[in-house]
Write a new protein. Sequence first.
Length: 545
Amino acid sequence: MSDKRKSSRATSQSDPSTLDRRSFMGSALGAAASIGAVASTGLGAAAPAAAQAPGPMSSDMLDRYVPTPKEGKKPQLFRAEITISDVEVDGKIPSDLKGAFYRTGPDAQYPLAPGNIPFDGEGHVSMFEFENGRVNFKSRFVRNERYVAQEKAGKILFPMYRNPYLDDPSVKGKSRGTHNTHIIHHNGVLLALKEDSPPAAMDLRTLETLDPVYRFNGQLESQTFTAHPKTDSETGNMVAFGYEAKGFATDDVNVFEYTPKGKKVWDAWVKVPYVGMLHDFAVTQHYIVLYVIPLAYDAEQIKRGGIHWSWNNGQPTYFGFFRRGGDGKDIRWIKGPERSSTHVLGCFDDGKRLVVDCEMSAYNPFPFMPMRDGSRWDPVRGASRMTRLSVDLSKKTPKDYGIEVLYQNLIGALPRQDDRYNTMPYKIGFLPCPDPDPKDPGKRPSSCYARMDHSTKSVQIYRGEEDVTLAEACFAPRSKSAPEGSGYLMGVASHAKENGRCDLVILDAEHVDQGPVATVRLPTKIAGQIHGWWVPEADLPPKKA
Ligand SMILES: [Fe+2]
């Protein structure tokens, strides 16, 4: 382990805010990295220490880091549900790391139909369970209505991403949810999420599917449920929303709040300026923020048998905000330039400003999402950077919102924070990002985790082993009352040179530059991941005999 810890490296740097054209070309890695997290590719040997990181990227490095999916190339099916007790560990699992780390991602049950996109695979949930210094691993498909129907038929019945018109007639009325995007716990169950449908509830210990269409005891009015609920930092309530909430392609959004015991205490209905992907949202102590991007519903494409979305070049964004606890009628929509943002890192309001930190690209961040005008996807404009959006609350009718790039050289699309700070001022964030070797620009850039500290604008880097791809990281606090960012950062590293074999890397979240405190060495590849979630032991049910 000591060698491994030497292999990672630290960087404490102020934000280098200038990039030349060549460097900017390489920034497409933001989008590519998010695909890599889904595809779950691989790793290798120790990387040399370097004086600074992350370095600038050339455009050639993009395909070396995570190759853009090639047209006509079918993704490999995995499908193996796995149980392993007492997995081999390098180093020592910290005694205060108690609970379970869950993750979900698409793992196609049958080969995807031509023209479909990798986001449409069935949800495959995995769990690393920490118990007295040991780690048990388990993975299971979500037995939702779609999975069960397809298993019975022995073929795919929902052939196109969010296009119900191509569904097999036998599945009429069934939930289309794949539950492959995010996984959270709430009121004693694990909820697997996909934003076009209600959650599926699973057993936190066995991963058995308990309810394939979970409607919060009949309280969920929306027909959909976001993949990114937030936890109120003071009450512990879950604040969430559904878009296209009154049905396919509708412009209705339902925002709602449930207590930790599952009682709905508030909801509001609003309308969006146009039907675009609302993958995430922001919740401060006083406001709800919705951000509408031009990855927009495409009725013509649906008629042609295509997917739900296309990037509508040139269409403006809309930043919408309204008071929590109200009826939504006070919503203000501020028109802004063409941009994309899919994930929020953190947010707050201080009475004067409403601030949302998110990853943001100039346009379509996904190479596999169609361009409505038929143009070729541009990886430069598709690159994502951590960006601060802000609105001046002192103005009665603000006409614009601020856009400020926070860390110019950090390219990535899957930021995470200490989730105890979802609705309050915060300073610490984590981001998977690439880092090239300046001495060997022809080499595949390293996969890294960056720890950002907004209070000093400094960045600390853990650089993964050579040829590894690191999935989205997840933070586990050292204890319920630990200071912000004090705890562990964990994420799955997959090794390309070992057929995708995976490790779980565990870092001290305050010293990620020192390398792993423990590495859980799985003997196999595992299902891929979009998002992951930590559940502390206190929130887990007792193990059944
Ligand atoms: Fe997401």
